[in-house]
Design a protein around this ligand. Structure first.
Ligand code: PMP
Length: 440
């Protein structure tokens, strides 16, 4: 569809969008059904046609305090009136220092150094660079590969893609340019009570065979997100930590989705009682206001990188430590710590447990999983064929849920009340029934 400028002005927002704009993982020649959002407040999104929907997605795990929060708005306003951005090379500023202080304070004592990156994917790139640089500086450049497990997701940039699940990630298309890393079977244990040593066998085998070339292990602790929405036990993480220590491999936790309370503890690693050498966080870092991520590492990693002659970490994006984002992130952490987020998250967890497990026996359902403020209904078959009518149907239920592949999942803002959470859970039931009637 080729348009001249006069034609463009006649197009509605949705028409222009369909003609010119890419959305996540979509085709411009077959644009997806979209809903236009005009404003958002609390847990509700207002659509251009006036409808309001209850948000079950927290804008992909990020809007933990809900939308349009007065305290976060105030922080953004104050910062924008002072200084929206300034380069971080050769300069520093209070918003970055203040945020870094808080990050050092709320994480384990060993995590001392903070690198502020632009997005979750970029923070994964930085974490991978840290690990590879660390071994390079130790005169062990052969330790440059990564080990992870299947069904992981770490982002869409090349380094991050290379550790995403090799089947449901994007390896096939990019295999000629992606570094080849190692993939252990996805963890099978649901909780510590299930633990069997056989669960770690494949992982252990790969460590034993490849430790001389492994720079780091990178995993999403306790909850695998976009690669499969799988939940696994803390014992697996303890076993990984012990193997990494034994075989001199760095451990990177990608807490971009699990961080800031989502999985029931401030960071997922706390539930395992172990600490990674490098941690990535993003998404809820700014309460969903804008893009910002952070990578933190321990003294060993920082000193190790510095052991090289020049000792510099080779990364420094234009918008590194953007003051506006840092200021909002600091306000979001304050808001979280002042709130009773533990009760909010466990109340959500209890409701999801009682409401979603009802669907376990539904004929289309393969599994139901709940962890913290995350609820997943996994179907037996992919939803691809339903995607032409399902997004419209979901909005008609008064909710915003965005299923993918075989998953219908929700991770609402922590401030959601019982009635709105019930609406989300009921909507999943309506979706299942609608899918059932179209299948027949
Ligand atoms: N890691 C994990 C665990 C994620 O869930 C995501 C985002 N879905 C990323 C990395 C990538 O973050 P971003 O989309 O901000 O680049």
């Amino acid at each position: 569809l080729r348009l001249c400028k006069t034609d463009m002005t006649k197009l509605s927002n949705l028409e222009f969008d369909a003609a010119h704009i890419w959305h996540p993982y979509t085709s411009v020649s077959n644009p997806p059904l979209l809903h236009e959002v005009t404003s958002a407040k609390g847990v509700r999104l207002t659509l251009a046609d006036g409808r309001e929907v209850v948000d079950g997605m927290s804008s992909w795990w990020s809007a933990i305090h809900g939308y349009n929060h007065p305290k976060l708005n105030e922080a953004a306003h104050q910062q924008i009136d002072t200084m929206s951005h300034v380069m971080f090379g050769g300069l520093t500023h209070e918003p970055a220092v203040n945020l870094a202080r808080k990050l050092v304070e709320i994480t384990d004592d060993s995590l001392q150094y903070v690198f502020l990156a632009d997005s979750g994917s970029v923070s994964v790139e930085v974490a991978i660079k840290m690990a590879i640089q660390y071994w390079f500086a130790q005169n062990k450049p052969e330790k440059h590969r990564l080990l992870t497990f299947r069904n992981g997701y770490h982002g869409d940039t090349f380094g991050a893609m290379s550790v995403c699940d090799p089947v449901n990630g994007m390896h096939k298309m990019f295999e000629k340019v992606l570094p080849t890393h190692l993939f252990a079977a996805a963890p099978e244990c649901r909780d510590d009570a299930d633990w069997q040593d056989s669960y770690i066998e494949d992982f252990k085998h790969l460590v034993e065979k490849h430790h001389h070339e492994l720079a780091a292990v990178i995993v999403e602790p306790l909850v695998q997100g976009a690669g499969g929405m799988r939940i696994y036990c803390a014992e697996y993480l303890r076993q990984i930590r012990a193997l990494c220590d034994e075989y001199h491999i760095l451990l990177i936790f990608d807490e971009i989705a699990t961080g800031f309370g989502r999985a029931g503890s401030l960071f997922a690693y706390e539930q395992a009682g172990i600490v990674p050498d490098i941690i990535c966080m993003g998404k809820a870092l700014t309460g969903g206001y804008m893009t910002l991520a952070a990578v933190m590492c321990n003294q060993q990693v920082a000193d190790g990188i510095a052991a090289d002659g020049s000792g510099v970490l080779m990364h420094g994006p234009t918008f590194m430590a953007n003051p506006l984002a840092c200021r909002v992130a600091a306000a979001s952490i304050d808001l979280l710590l002042e709130s009773d987020w533990q009760t909010q998250v466990s109340t959500i967890e209890n409701s999801l447990n009682s409401e979603l497990t009802k669907y376990r026996d539904h004929e289309l359902v393969k599994d139901v999983r709940v962890k913290g403020a995350i609820g997943v209904v996994e179907l037996k078959n992919p939803l691809d064929d339903a995607m032409d009518w399902l997004p419209g149907f979901i909005v008609e239920q008064g909710v915003w849920i965005r299923p993918f592949r075989t998953m219908i999942y929700i991770m609402p803002p922590y401030i959601i009340d019982t009635a709105d959470l019930q609406l989300l859970c009921d909507a999943i039931g309506h979706i299942l029934n609608a899918l059932n009637s179209t299948e027949r």
